[in-house]
Design a protein. Structure first.
Lengths: 406, 637
């Protein structure tokens, strides 16, 4: 990846320059309007630098201990019961309910200790002005507790959850704690960006594409020139490669992005910036199964577990282009390539059908139809007709007829 | 029976016997002769059991005699292995401080079967039939040819008598071989019996030691000393029937009064007295009409001195007033004036049925002497190394017109093996029952009690799997045994129900204790968990905010944690180190786990020669029985 990036950097400046200038300018004009929502969240709470918030946390705990009280941290709950769908903004927002994490409660003591370790790791990162991966932090915090055989952390999954806890507890983003997740996802298209000062032409990224980093904030990635008309998010890397190989982005003047399944925060944030700063419509192409539906809804409304980040990630105007359960008939896809739904699929589908952000009629019909047919379809199923059926017939047809779901 | 048919045919062809020739062979069978041939009925089935039964009968007699005379029993049991005579030759000597036996009665008591004071009355006592000790003497005589030697002093200032007693088994008559006055007896009254017999000495579940240990549990008012066979055969073998304890031993024994647990002194095992009052003397009662069977009723009618039915009923039975006798007579189509002599079989049967149909007050229960909760706790504490003890005494109840009373106690934890089924100690009128456990009503009651409710694990229809000793005692004027050897209590619904209730009562207290203990342990664990994390947390806080002093934070957090787990603290620090008996309620004793350690240390300080706390360690060289060897004793190992 790294090697590709540097080679791309040098190539970037040659061709694209002339093409993109005007588009970028017009995009910049619409930018400010779209920027509004995130500004609101950053408002009152976020004045304090993260470092100060961590210090405040530590003094609060020390004060409680000095008074002989059981120290605790209140952590906003991250589950379905504590999220609400904001009908007006069309995003999932986190509610007010919190869970109190006491130190001297047998069931919570270890998690309390772990939270303190993660907080101290983060404060070290901030002090040293470094960033690191959440896996790295896991190793930083993992050690054997003195005089015992017990480890502070046994598995990265433990520290990942604690990091999210800390994020919501002190209302600081992961990036502000100096942390990022393992990047996944790639992008190509008619656009030139600047990443940490390196100019990158996204049209000249070869077969692998530009690896989307975890932190895509404006101080890291700047949009230089763009002639893209929309963004297409594709669920899987394999299908994305077909689109890239067939130069779909060139033919249709769009950016194609994939997030390796459920897109990571970096990809989602980048989509959000493309949409809000460059006013690019976002289309989502996923498998026809409950998990595909949910990936779409995460892009559009935000996720339940990261509801606190919906404001800066959710794209309520995103559109679902496929695959729909009605597509099999429309495109005459042979029944042999469909897969029977499992019990788990049915359960998940019904769950999703109950979410308020899937309450719209067309969506209810879509999900009901899938359940009625009792089959799911992978994007690759379209290859039954022809390898490039998806890029040459299916998607152009969908886009032309605006066969979307909102 | 099967051979009856063919023999009939045979009889016709060649007359083998006639009524006359048969009559020539028909004669009285003496009871002694009968029992000589059926000794298994009395518990002399094999050499191993013979030793135990002999000790058992003698100890039972001694305890009964002491209690009746109002004397706190001190009993010494000495077992000698007379290996120089024969590998299987033993001598058992039992000495008590009881009232002694008047000279004229000695041969009757020890030399005749079915002779005694206990058979004819309805009174709670250990022995019931009066078979025991004379049978032991007879067994000895039969197997070794040696008569038993009895030394007894019945008056403090009179000399003791020494009687050597053989027995004519055909005539059920004693034969006195020697009769002298002797000074070879401690200055108090009492009796010493020495029996030489063929036997086999073993350890384990059915050993003499185990029997005495259990007897000591059920009789905490008795002091019992057991002297097992010497480690090395001694040259100065005891004279038959000679004094058991010399001056020095007596002195050592005196110093033992400080102990309240089973202790070993030199070769001897001492089961000390832990309760200083005698059990209440049970009163004798007349039979209750409901408890009498038809045959017995007819016998009573024959033997009564009363002439009229009314008088017979009111004087022969308990709880029969003149009104009740009237009712019975009416229901039997008789009157209270009916002459007793005129009552035949038909009338007696009507009378029997009438009794069953009449409402009669339950029999008096003051004839029962329970061991008592406090006494049971002292007994269990003495003999079982556990951490928790509880006991309960049920109110008296009645089966078939016989009053009875059930008591139970449990000991839990401590040194008891955790991975084995619980042990059941069964007692009838304070006598341990060592054989036929699974046939016993009490065993069934333990099995059908659901111990899982009290926090113990228990398989289906099995004993609970826990470090547990369960004691069940049945006190009754007439304990229904399944056989003459008195090894298992017969299964009556009323009895089993009472047993279950007593066990449940103990179980509930145990459950409460276990829950409490669990809570204490959890608190302790909680504290450990917190302590582990406090260091981590204070260092982390220091990293976030270097102004915070990690040492100070540590202390502050520790203080909060300690306050939060206060309960664990309280339990750990209570009382001194040595004696950690804590009364939960009046009916339970808790010994802290630390006590066992502390007590062990202390015993060594007082008596350096006490090399072990366990009486089963007494005779390391004792012949171990192949099948008895791995049976564990009450004390574990």
């Amino acid at each position: 990846m790294a090697r590709k990036k540097t080679s791309a950097k040098k190539a970037a400046t040659k061709k694209v320059v002339k093409k993109v200038v005007r588009k970028a300018a017009s995009a910049g004009a619409t930018g400010p309007a779209a920027k509004k929502p995130p500004a609101r969240r950053k408002g009152a709470e976020k004045k304090l630098p993260t470092r100060d918030k961590l210090v405040a946390l530590s003094t609060d705990i020390a004060r409680k201990a000095a008074r002989g009280e059981d120290p605790f941290i209140d952590i906003p709950t991250r589950n379905l019961s504590n999220v609400a769908f904001n009908q007006r903004n069309r995003i999932i927002e986190m509610g007010d309910s919190t869970a109190r994490r006491n130190f001297f409660d047998l069931g919570k003591a270890k998690k309390f200790m772990q939270t303190m370790l993660v907080a101290s790791g983060a404060s070290e990162l901030i002090r040293q002005e470094k960033t690191t991966s959440i896996r790295d932090l896991f190793y930083h915090c993992k050690h054997t507790i003195e005089g015992t055989k017990e480890n502070t952390f046994d598995d990265q999954s433990e520290s990942d959850v604690i990091i999210e806890d800390l994020e919501v507890a002190i209302a600081s983003l992961r990036e502000e704690l100096g942390l990022f997740a393992e990047p996944k996802g790639a992008m190509v298209g008619p656009m030139v960006i600047e990443d940490k000062g390196d100019t990158i032409d996204l049209e000249r990224m070869g077969s692998g594409g530009y690896a989307v980093p975890s932190i895509v904030e404006a101080d890291v990635i700047k949009f230089k020139r763009s002639k893209a008309k929309f963004v297409l998010l594709i669920e899987k890397g394999a299908v994305w490669r077909r689109f890239n190989e067939d130069r779909f982005w060139d033919k249709h003047g769009c950016l194609i992005v994939h997030g390796g399944g459920q897109p990571p925060r970096g990809v989602r944030r980048l989509l959000w910036r493309l949409h809000n700063e460059l006013s690019l419509p976002v289309y989502v192409l996923v498998d026809n199964d409950p998990w595909g539906y949910y990936i779409y809804s995460v892009v559009k409304q935000g996720s339940i577990s990261l509801a606190f980040e919906s404001q800066r990630m959710a794209i309520p105007d995103a559109r679902f282009v496929g695959m729909s359960s009605f597509d099999a008939k429309k495109f005459d896809i042979p029944p042999a390539v469909s897969i029977k739904v499992t019990d788990q699929d049915v359960r998940r589908a019904k769950e999703i059908k109950g979410y308020p952000w899937f309450a719209k009629k067309p969506w209810q019909r879509e999900i009901d139809h899938m359940l009625k047919l009792g089959v799911k379809l992978e994007l690759e199923a379209l290859s039954a007709k022809d390898f490039s059926f998806i890029t040459e017939t299916y998607l152009p047809e969908k886009l032309r007829t605006e066969d979307f779901l909102d | 029976m099967a051979s009856a048919a063919p023999s009939k045919q045979a009889a016709r062809t060649r007359a083998r016997v006639t009524a006359e020739t048969m009559a020539a062979g028909q004669r009285d069978i003496s009871v002694s002769e009968f029992f000589a041939k059926n000794r298994h009925l009395l518990g002399f089935d094999n050499p191993r059991k013979a030793l135990l039964t002999t000790v058992k009968e003698a100890v039972d007699n001694s305890l009964d005699a002491c209690e009746e005379a109002g004397i706190l029993p001190e009993i010494t049991v000495k077992l000698e292995h007379l290996a120089h005579v024969d590998e299987s030759r033993f001598r058992i000597t039992i000495e008590d401080n009881g009232p002694g036996i008047v000279r004229q009665q000695i041969e009757n008591i020890f030399g005749r079967l079915l002779y005694g004071s206990k058979f004819h009355r309805l009174k709670m006592s250990r022995g019931q039939q009066g078979i025991g000790i004379s049978a032991a003497g007879m067994y000895g005589l039969m197997t070794t040819g040696k008569p038993m030697v009895i030394v007894s002093r019945s008056r403090r200032n009179k000399p003791a008598h020494r009687v050597t007693l053989a027995m004519d088994t055909t005539r059920n008559r004693p034969e006195v071989a020697e009769d002298v006055e002797t000074e070879d007896f401690p200055p108090h009254t009492g009796t010493r019996v020495a029996i030489e017999l063929e036997g086999r000495y073993t350890r384990g579940k059915t050993s003499i030691e185990e029997y005495l240990a259990q007897t000591a549990i059920a009789n905490p008012h008795a002091q019992i000393v057991f002297i097992p066979p010497a480690k090395r055969p001694r040259d100065d073998e005891h004279q038959e029937g000679a004094a058991l304890i010399d001056e020095e031993d007596a002195l050592a024994r005196k110093s033992l009064e400080a102990f309240d647990r089973t202790t070993q002194v030199g070769d001897a095992v001492v089961f000390p007295r832990t309760v200083d009052e005698l059990p209440e003397e049970p009163r004798e009662i007349k039979p209750h009409p409901r408890g009498v069977e038809l045959g017995a009723l007819m016998t009573m009618l024959k033997q009564t001195e009363q002439t009229q039915l009314g008088g017979f009923l009111t004087s022969s039975f308990s709880r029969v007033s003149s009104r009740v006798s009237q009712e019975i007579a009416d229901k039997a189509d008789l009157t209270t004036r009916t002459w007793v002599k005129t009552i035949g079989h038909a009338e007696a049967e009507r009378l029997y049925k009438a009794i069953q149909k009449t409402r009669i007050q339950a029999p008096p229960t003051d004839c029962l002497a329970p061991i008592g909760v406090r006494q049971m706790l002292a007994g269990m504490f003495k003999g079982v190394r556990a951490e928790f003890y509880t006991a309960s005494t049920r109110p008296p109840a009645v089966y078939r017109g016989n009053p009875f009373l059930i008591e139970a106690a449990v000991a839990f934890g401590g040194d008891l093996p955790a991975e084995e089924p619980a042990r059941v100690l069964r007692f009838a009128n304070r006598v341990p029952l060592l054989y036929q456990q699974s046939a016993c009503s009490s065993f069934k009651a333990v099995v059908e009690t659901s111990w899982r409710n009290y926090g113990l694990s228990q398989g289906k229809a099995a004993l609970p799997q826990a470090p547990l000793v369960v004691m069940i005692h049945m006190a009754s004027v007439w304990v229904p045994f399944t056989s003459e050897s008195k090894e298992a209590i017969a299964d009556y619904d009323e009895i089993r129900k009472e047993m279950r209730l007593a066990l449940q009562e103990c179980g509930r207290k145990l459950g409460t204790y276990l829950r409490k203990r669990q809570k204490i342990r959890r608190e302790g664990q909680r504290r450990d968990v917190f302590a582990r994390y406090i260091g981590e947390v204070s260092r982390a806080l220091h990293t976030i905010n270097p102004e915070l002093d990690p040492a100070e934070l540590y202390e502050q957090l520790k203080a909060v944690a300690d306050a939060k787990t206060e309960l664990a603290d309280q339990q750990l620090d209570e009382d001194g180190r040595l004696r950690k008996r804590r009364e939960l309620e009046d009916d339970a004793v808790v010994v802290d786990e630390t006590y066992l350690q502390a007590a062990g240390d202390d015993e060594d300080e007082i008596e350096p020669s006490a090399n072990g706390r366990r009486p089963s360690g007494a005779s390391a060289d004792a012949e171990t029985d192949p099948d008895g060897a791995d049976e564990e004793s009450l004390f574990g190992n």
